[in-house]
Ligand binder design. Structure first.
Ligand code: SF4
Length: 351
């Protein structure tokens, strides 16, 4: 009870600061945030939607990003010079983003380029990555993508070059390749700890898509047996999953799509539909609450502890120290190159 009272008081203090700052403040909240954080935000969305919002806003002097570090970094890159971007907890990182760093990506790029020629490979980086990797893509003619526009990014990539080097999420890359009917043998995995990524010169030459050996621990927790068990318990249910899940899970689902797609899928389902969702549990809990005329369940409980690091206390602390603490900075040179790759992404229509 004490806990609820504290939360209520903190939420009231946050609302008072929001009112005092008015249009000077924009609070962006990712769909995987806790409900109490989403309720206090000005805009909620997935990483694509939030990037669009950050790029479009001119009024706010302060953008407080309730999400993980790479998202706040992207907002900083897309923001205007008079805007400051802050994150309530600098430790809110992303395991997947940590699976690729600039040194190993540059090494892989050099190896692939020496075999196929740089001009035949398009680097496409998932939004879930450090700014330096986005900058790398920008410098090499490539783009950023999110799960909302990965197919559009792949089509764009293939319109310019023969192959795509996609990092860091192998599952989003593979599911996108499957959607485009690219044969499995033309999608190879690059393990940065092995010579030539664990491939042969021949397989690299033959590949259409080179997939970095990275993954999201939250979405790869969903297994085929979870889908089978839910199908048995709820034979009438629809199962919708995120494309960071493995291709085996995706293959058994009724629908696959980005976080925004999942939100719309549930909202548009007829009343009384049972929907089993394979994504981060905070979003699923909220979907269940916001769609009381439907039965929404999770495929398996899977929480992102990084997203969960943002809470009412550190949001309040950030607002009390607006413009001063946990400010996200990106070096100018990195920013300019990363911006090119992000702008290419924003020009692509999401599905
Ligand atoms: S859900 Fe996965 S990809 Fe998203 S922030 Fe968490 S660890 Fe990273």
């Amino acid at each position: 009870m004490q806990h609820d009272t504290d939360d209520k008081e903190i939420a009231e203090q946050i609302l008072a600061i929001k009112e005092a700052l008015g249009e000077d403040l924009l609070i962006l909240t990712h769909h995987y945030q806790r409900k109490e954080i989403v309720d206090l935000g000005d805009y909620r969305g997935d990483s694509f939607g939030l990037s669009q919002k950050a790029a479009a806003d001119k009024a706010a002097r302060f953008i407080v990003f309730c999400g993980v570090h790479f998202m706040a970094e992207s907002a900083e890159i897309l923001s205007r010079p008079h805007q400051t971007v802050q994150i309530p907890d600098l430790e809110a990182g992303c395991w997947m983003a940590d699976m690729a760093d600039i040194y190993i990506v540059e090494k892989a790029w050099g190896e692939v380029a020496s075999i196929c020629g740089e001009e035949s490979v398009m680097p496409i980086v998932y939004m879930n990555s450090d700014a330096v990797l986005k900058a790398f893509c920008g410098r090499h003619g490539g783009a950023v993508c999110t799960s909302s526009n990965a197919p559009a990014a792949f089509r764009w990539g293939f319109s310019g070059r023969e192959k795509i080097l996609f990092f860091p999420d192998q599952h989003l890359g593979r599911n996108t390749g499957n959607q485009m009917a690219i044969p499995a043998e033309e999608m190879i995995v690059w393990n940065p700890h092995k010579p030539l990524g664990g491939n042969t010169q021949e397989s690299i030459k033959k590949a259409k898509v080179i997939l970095w050996d990275g993954y999201c621990l939250v979405h790869t927790r969903f297994r085929v047996e979870h889908v089978l068990r839910m199908r048995e318990r709820f034979p009438e249910a629809k199962i919708v999953v995120h494309p960071e899940c493995t291709q085996e899970v995706v293959g058994l689902a009724d629908a696959v799509g980005s976080t925004s797609f999942i939100v719309k899928y549930v909202a548009n389902a007829p009343p009384n539909t049972t929907i089993i969702v394979g994504t981060e549990v905070n979003l699923i809990d909220r979907l269940a609450m916001e769609n009381p005329d439907k039965n929404v369940f999770n495929l398996h409980h899977s929480l992102c502890p990084n997203m969960f690091k943002i809470n009412l206390k550190n949001l309040l602390w950030t607002l009390e120290n607006i413009g001063q603490v946990n400010v996200i900075t990106v070096p100018e040179e990195t920013k300019a190159d990363a911006r090119m790759a992000l702008d290419r992404m924003l020009a692509l229509a999401p599905l």
